[in-house]
Design a protein around this ligand. Structure first.
Ligand SMILES: NC(=O)c1ccc[n+]([C@@H]2O[C@H](COP(=O)([O-])OP(=O)(O)OC[C@H]3O[C@@H](n4cnc5c(N)ncnc54)[C@H](OP(=O)(O)O)[C@@H]3O)[C@@H](O)[C@H]2O)c1
Length: 295
């Protein structure tokens, strides 16, 4: 079972399961079909007897979570407790995608032993959900993931927003655009789903960190998008200070947070790629041909 199945990560799990695990029966349940805060509706699935529950349902808008903390807690924590109750009733193993926003970025690189230090309501609720899962089900698998791109029109992270903005800039005839220098580890949702499913397939449990190879500022990433889309002659990306960028943020985010892949590497279960290679694959999807078809 995949909850929140029509989101960025949920879509990637569906795609990788279909491609690499064709014999697995997948129950991909989008938000419209199941609200995880509705305990009764969640528990109606007990009879299905799922082997695994990939719990992607969440409100990932950290700024909205800061403004509406009770709603954030309801979805992130109480929703997860409902899913956990379903897992207990149907004897399913839980998979939980954790966010790098449970860290402040003060200590980097971040590995599985780094103490979480969430700076936002979103991060605190996500951490509480992780702890509740692991205390109820120690054999659950939690993957702490870097910030990602994926999901085509559902991509609400930097690459999704920037490419849509790029179309508007080109339509307006703009030739330069300023992008900030916050550093992250842009990671493709399909690489995360593939690697997480390998861990599940190998019976792994507990906490694992996972992110692409390399790191990039938003500025580096924007430049690489422009280069890979063949638009360098039409628009120039210039660096903006982080102050300019973060002034719109309500929730605090680390300026730099890099997850270590050492545990994956030393276990021989490492499938991540350099972010540029994954970005190239992502930007070659039909969605981007459609998006840029008018410009
Ligand atoms: N985005 C990142 O960079 C990142 C990084 C690390 C980990 N993660 C984690 O990955 C998971 C998936 O995130 P994502 O980025 O794929 O987000 P997403 O695209 O917003 O997907 C989440 C899905 O959950 C749905 N949802 C929201 N509230 C729900 C509810 N009450 N019941 C059922 N479904 C609900 C959303 O539907 P609506 O669109 O209708 O709200 C959406 O389809 C989250 O746990 C997130 O913390 C994200």
């Amino acid at each position: 079972m995949v909850t929140g199945a029509d989101g960025m990560l949920g879509r990637a799990f569906q795609a990788i399961l279909t491609k690499h695990y064709p014999s697995v029966m997948v129950y991909a349940i989008p938000h419209e079909a199941l609200d995880v805060t509705d305990r009764k509706a969640v528990l109606r699935h007990v009879a299905e007897g799922y082997d695994f529950i990939i719990h992607c349902a969440a409100d990932v808008n950290a700024d909205r979570c800061e403004a509406f903390p009770e709603r954030c807690h309801q979805i992130q924590v109480e929703g997860t407790l409902n899913v956990l109750e379903l897992a207990a009733g149907s004897n399913s193993k839980m998979f939980y995608p954790q966010s790098f926003l449970i860290f402040s970025g003060g200590e980097t690189p971040i590995d599985e032993s780094t103490n979480p230090d969430p700076q936002s309501v979103y991060g605190r609720c996500k951490l509480e959900a992780e702890r509740r899962i692991l205390s109820a089900q120690p054999e659950a698998l939690v993957v702490r993931m870097a910030g990602f791109f994926g999901g085509d029109e559902k991509d609400k992270n930097f690459v999704g927003k920037f490419t849509r903005q790029l179309v508007d800039l080109l339509k307006d005839g703009r030739s330069s655009y300023a992008v900030g220098d916050r550093v992250w580890q842009p990671t493709y949702t399909e690489d995360l789903a593939k690697n997480s499913l390998l861990l599940l397939d190998q019976g792994m449990q507990g906490v694992w960190s996972m992110g692409s190879v390399g790191e990039a500022s938003f500025y580096d990433l924007a430049q690489e998008c422009v280069r890979q889309l063949g638009l360098e002659a039409r628009i120039q990306i210039v660096p903006a200070s982080q102050d300019m960028i973060s002034s719109g943020d309500v929730a605090r985010r680390p300026d730099r947070a890099i997850l270590s892949n050492e545990r994956l590497i030393s276990s021989g279960l490492f499938l991540q790629r350099p972010w540029q290679a994954s970005l190239k694959e992502y930007l070659s999807r039909p969605w981007f041909q459609f998006l840029f078809s008018e410009v």
